[in-house]
Design a protein around this ligand. Structure first.
Ligand SMILES: Nc1nc2c(ncn2[C@@H]2O[C@H](COP(=O)(O)OP(=O)(O)O)[C@@H](O)[C@H]2O)c(=O)[nH]1
Ligand SMILES: [Mg+2]
Ligand SMILES: [Zn+2]
Length: 325
């Protein structure tokens, strides 16, 4: 009898095998995991598994490296462990909620796709993205898409923004997915990296993924659809493997990142050019509003600080409405 009992656990262990993989899709309760280079399996979460330190609505997100138990019998998987995250990006689960949702984990770079028209991306929206990336220490780059549509004035506006952001230290990439200019450059920048692609609805995120990997054949939005903004559709980001190496994470339905847990006093730390010059302010606790001897306000006069950026800063300081969340 004793001999048989000892054999049962051994036998059970053979029903499962363990793998390490990466979560490429999450729908809240089910997860798609890529493992062994090109194998994909649908997984559930082990009941007891909860990530303790974060108050999030989703314990597992795309980009998470996980350990999975795969049953040989019905070929389904169970996530038993989430490995330590290199980084992650959050948004508030809803405007009133104190909980947040992990958008993605283990990101190498975050791109914001912006357009000057159809739709117009407000500078403030760009800056909210940038300071969020700064706060999470994720390298951020800007893509200006739909350059094929711009007239002289719109092109000049784009060039103005590009030189402004370049001066601060952000790379900007000009793109037209319609005539494919800039695609090769962008592909090289994304090769072998995990890139988050963010941006307002209608700027061309899905079109980009289809251009990078035509076999994806994802559904793009019609112009008329993206005017119907404001509906809170719960969507989950998805991670796509790129044919030339690397991953791209699409963030459908995520209009902006919530600035999670950021104190008024530290907002300017995430505007690199404001932070740099703030060391010359007379008061160490200067908020750069109307304090005497403020180097930031002086920088506005001399042109070191751009008024557009300063306005974004003010709106964040005064932010009580959640219109970009
Ligand atoms: N003219 C022009 N239209 C584009 C370009 N890129 C995307 N579009 C169009 O913009 C619309 C929205 O694109 P989509 O990829 O669905 O945007 P998403 O909401 O960011 O995923 C679609 O009708 C695309 O065909 C571009 O470079 N130029
Ligand atoms: Mg889309
Ligand atoms: Zn100041």
């Amino acid at each position: 009898m004793i001999l048989i009992r000892a054999k049962i656990p051994y036998f059970c262990a053979k029903i499962y095998f363990l793998e390490q993989g990466v979560v490429i899709k999450s729908t809240g309760s089910r997860y798609r995991v890529l493992y062994n280079a090109d194998q994909i399996i649908e997984c559930t979460l082990k009941g007891k598994l909860r990530v303790k330190e974060l108050r999030t609505t989703n314990p597992v997100a795309v980009g998470d490296n996980v350990l999975i138990e795969i049953s040989k019998r019905n070929y389904s998987g169970v996530i038993t462990e989430v490995l330590e995250r290199r980084n992650y990006i959050l948004r508030k689960a809803s405007n009133l909620s104190k909980q947040s949702q992990i958008i993605a984990a283990n990101i190498d770079q975050a791109f914001l796709m912006a357009t000057i028209i159809l739709p117009e991306t407000p500078v403030e929206f760009i800056d909210r993205f940038l300071i969020t990336a700064e706060a999470y220490r994720i390298p951020a780059k800007l893509i200006f898409n739909k350059t094929d549509l711009y007239d002289g004035e719109e092109f000049a506006r784009m060039e103005y923004l590009i030189s402004m952001y370049n001066r601060i230290g952000y790379e900007c990439i000009k793109l037209s997915l319609t005539n494919r200019s800039g695609v090769e450059y962008l592909s090289t920048a994304m090769k072998d990296k995990t890139s988050l692609i963010s941006g307002n609805s209608g700027v061309g995120k899905t079109t980009l993924l289809n251009v990078l990997d035509p076999s994806l054949n994802l559904k793009t939005e019609e112009i008329s659809e993206y005017h119907k903004q404001g509906k809170h559709i719960t969507t989950f980001p998805e991670m796509h493997r790129l044919p030339f190496g690397g991953f791209a994470i699409d963030t459908p339905g995520i209009r902006g990142f919530g600035i999670v847990d950021m104190d008024k006093e530290e907002i300017y730390h995430f505007f690199p050019e404001i932070f740099r010059i703030s060391k010359e302010c007379r008061f160490y606790n200067c908020l750069h509003l109307d304090e005497p001897g403020c180097a930031v306000r002086n920088g506005l006069e001399t042109g070191v600080i751009d008024l557009l950026r300063y306005r974004s800063y003010l709106s964040l300081i005064n932010d009580n409405n959640d219109k970009y969340r």
